[in-house]
Write a protein that binds this ligand. Structure first.
Ligand SMILES: *Cc1c(COP(=O)(O)O)cnc(C)c1O
Ligand code: SF4
Length: 350
């Protein structure tokens, strides 16, 4: 049956979870895939599986476990120190005016590079009606919180009914100005963005969605339709891409991704340097690589297509911009190099 004829929950149920289920795959590293999947869960739904063209392509790398995940002795379980920055379970309060509120432990696919790999999709991530209620109480009793970022896991894997309850409770708090949802389903399971869901989300404006695409091949007609539905519901869409070795650490691939995002009405927001998350070391690139990619975008394409390159500081210090440097100082004089390498000067105001 055609995927577009099925409900998203039925598609999700048909996800594969072991190497043997990968169609036509009899590689020698089957046991490596399964060993990694026992530590960090595997879930590839039929939609995303259908986008993988061959072994080790950029989509395969994001979805299929690898033995390298078990060979990482450099990185840390909780590199952003989220557990210690949680005043109540599943709510991270590290900036003065906003919180990250985790309301789902499930995702439509378990990305191999996930920052919350230590717990997402496992029984180590305990989210219950009680933890969500505690989070809402915390937000209510901290009126300095004006921006609530609802994430997980993937919050859009909750049912419409549950999502409605949570969003209504957050929206009822007078000090909450904006609600943001962080979700990868427009990329990994676009069928989840139903007409009904878009209609539901529309009730909670001002509501923003940040989604997460990493490669141009993820921008499909289905993804475009999902984003159109959200954008037509008046929801501004941003993208939080992760810089990943072997996936998008290339100027042409990145530019193509940014352009295709704009065409489906998604504005690039962040390009993240890979976190130092245990099990993901093989995905990390140098910061010099990231800066070169940024230099290849800035000036050569519209500012709209240029995300902010940032590092989420280990230990929980917050996001640090890593933009390439175009300015140096010579006394009162500022010396600039433009995107093409041409030098110009600007006299500072005394
Ligand atoms: C990233 C993040 C936010 C949101 O940061 P913005 O720069 O405003 O997008 C909020 N809280 C936590 C804990 C975060 O990691
Ligand atoms: S969708 Fe997000 S939270 Fe879920 S596994 Fe992927 S990166 Fe992690």
């Amino acid at each position: 049956m055609n995927l577009s004829m099925q409900g998203w929950q039925d598609i999700l149920k048909k996800s594969i979870t072991r190497a043997d289920d990968i169609p036509g795959y009899f590689g020698s590293d089957v046991s490596g895939i399964d060993r990694a999947a026992q530590v960090f869960p595997m879930r590839i739904n039929p939609y995303y599986l259908g986008l993988i063209r061959k072994k080790d392509d950029p989509l395969w790398k994001q979805a299929v476990p690898s033995l390298e995940e078990l060979q990482d002795d450099v990185c840390f379980e909780d590199p952003l120190n989220e557990e210690n920055l949680s005043p109540v379970p599943n709510l991270i309060h590290k900036y003065p005016d906003r919180v990250l509120f985790l309301v789902s432990s499930q995702c439509a696919m378990y990305c191999r590079f996930c920052t919350r790999k230590r717990k997402v999709g496992t029984d180590r991530m305990v989210i219950t009606r009680e933890t969500v209620a505690e989070g809402i109480d915390y937000i209510r009793s901290h009126p300095e919180i004006r921006d609530v970022l609802i994430s997980g896991g993937d919050p859009l894997l909750l049912t419409d009914e549950r999502l409605d309850e949570i969003l209504s409770a957050v929206r009822a708090i007078p000090s909450v100005e904006i609600i943001r949802i962080g979700t990868r389903v427009p990329c990994t399971l676009p069928m989840r963005i139903t007409v009904r869901l878009a209609r539901l989300l529309k009730k909670f404006h001002p509501l923003y969605i940040n989604t997460h695409f990493n490669h141009p091949a993820e921008i499909t007609p289905e993804a475009a339709q999902a984003c159109t539905r959200l954008a037509d519901a008046g929801i501004p869409l941003g993208c939080q891409t992760v810089l990943l070795r072997g996936v998008n650490d290339d100027s042409l691939v990145m530019r193509e991704l940014m352009h295709r995002l704009l065409r489906i009405r998604v504005r690039p927001y962040y390009l993240f340097q890979g976190d130092m998350t245990r099990g993901t070391n093989h995905f990390r690139t140098s910061i010099a690589t990231g800066k070169e990619i940024m230099k290849s975008l800035i000036g050569y394409t519209s500012g709209l297509a240029v995300p902010m390159y940032a590092l989420d500081a280990p230990g929980g210090g917050g996001k640090i911009p890593l933009m390439p440097d175009y300015v140096s100082e010579d006394g009162e004089r500022l010396i600039f190099t433009n995107y093409r390498g041409k030098t110009c000067f600007y006299e500072s105001v005394r």
